[in-house]
Design a protein around this ligand. Structure first.
Ligand SMILES: NC(=O)c1ccc[n+]([C@@H]2O[C@H](COP(=O)([O-])OP(=O)(O)OC[C@H]3O[C@@H](n4cnc5c(N)ncnc54)[C@H](OP(=O)(O)O)[C@@H]3O)[C@@H](O)[C@H]2O)c1
Length: 295
């Protein structure tokens, strides 16, 4: 069975590769260097906006499932580069959904908890999205495209992802945090943003499971701990033995020039617990897992 992963050099994809290794023939699409040179893993250097290139590659690989993890994932960058964000997060998703549909291939799309407005919290899969920023708007459009393309497709709404990169780099706040704390640099964390962070190891395992199982539809991949990001910063710093006075409390919605953030985007993970064999974890369990994970 062949698994095609986009965003191959990214943070989430690294854990997906680690969990698919050995059970799937892995094909990855990325734009920089091959992050892993191992038998059974094939790297394809391609900008996903190249429609012709993507279509030919899809025909050549003929995957059995696709995990679409590539995106412009920086909220503030999307807010000021809306045309590009629309092309990458919506246009590319549309193209991949079309190719998957034409080839009768299951597509797992990485969406986000920030599609919610953060007023209610504890969101379940049937709650309606109400995006507050352009990144979230593109993800809502992506979700609609993927769900309309086929009932076997999956919209996996990822909570804030916590962990160390397994392969490659990508946007790991934990790696940045450890580097800064090690140098005694203060780090601001928003106390207004409540989340249910999911560790990257649990997430990679869940996404691979979803690529290979019978589930179709929306699923929330979030951890068991509901916590604001400032408190999360304190708990992680304390668990790692760094001085907690380096963790500063801020209000992300009071900072000029930033895109609006959802205050309480916590997600209920009852469905994931029912559908998946991968267990959902607490923040402490996830931290322990990511710090000790060996590929
Ligand atoms: N990390 C989180 O906390 C989080 C939370 C919720 C949802 N998500 C979603 O989960 C997915 C994975 O996130 P992540 O944290 O792994 O992000 P990431 O580390 O930024 O990885 C995204 C990857 O997409 C690639 N990409 C972007 N545009 C591309 C293009 N036109 N052609 C080819 N590759 C392209 C990037 O390549 P370059 O490096 O070359 O730009 C990057 O390697 C994303 O869809 C994100 O929206 C993430």
């Amino acid at each position: 069975m062949k698994l095609l992963i986009t965003g191959f050099n990214g943070f989430v994809a690294g854990s997906v590769i680690a969990h698919a290794k050995g059970n799937w023939e892995i094909h990855g699409i990325g734009r920089s260097e091959n992050p892993i040179d191992e038998p059974g893993i094939y790297y394809h250097n391609l900008d996903l906006q190249d429609v012709q290139g993507l279509s030919s590659l899809f025909n050549e690989i003929s995957p059995d499932a696709v995990i679409h993890a590539a995106a412009m994932a920086n909220i503030d960058v999307c807010q000021v580069n809306q045309e590009m964000a629309e092309r990458v997060n919506v246009g590319v998703t549309k193209m991949i959904a079309r190719l998957c549909s034409e080839h009768d291939v299951k597509m797992v799309f990485c969406s986000t908890d920030t599609i919610f407005d953060g007023i209610k919290g504890d969101y379940v899969e049937t709650d309606l999205p109400h995006p507050l920023n352009f990144y979230a708007e593109t993800k809502v459009k992506g979700e609609q495209i993927v769900l309309a393309a086929s009932p076997i497709n999956v919209v996996a709404r990822l909570a804030l992802v916590m962990g160390l990169p397994v392969i490659g780099k990508g946007n790991s706040f934990l790696a940045d945090m450890i580097a800064k704390l090690g140098k005694g640099i203060e780090i601001p964390f928003p106390a207004n943003e409540t989340r249910t962070p999911v560790d990257v190891i649990t997430l990679g395992s869940s996404l691979v499971e979803l690529a290979g199982n019978q589930f179709g539809g929306i699923i929330h991949l979030s951890g068991n701990t509901k916590i604001n990001r400032y408190q999360m910063g304190l708990e992680i710093a304390s668990a790692l033995g760094y001085p907690i006075n380096l963790i500063l409390s801020i209000d992300s919605n009071a900072m000029p020039g930033r895109a609006p953030r959802a205050n309480d985007a916590s997600m209920d993970n009852s469905l994931a617990k029912k559908v998946l064999t991968t267990p959902m974890r607490t923040l402490a369990e996830g931290l322990n897992l990511t710090l000790n994970f060996k590929i």
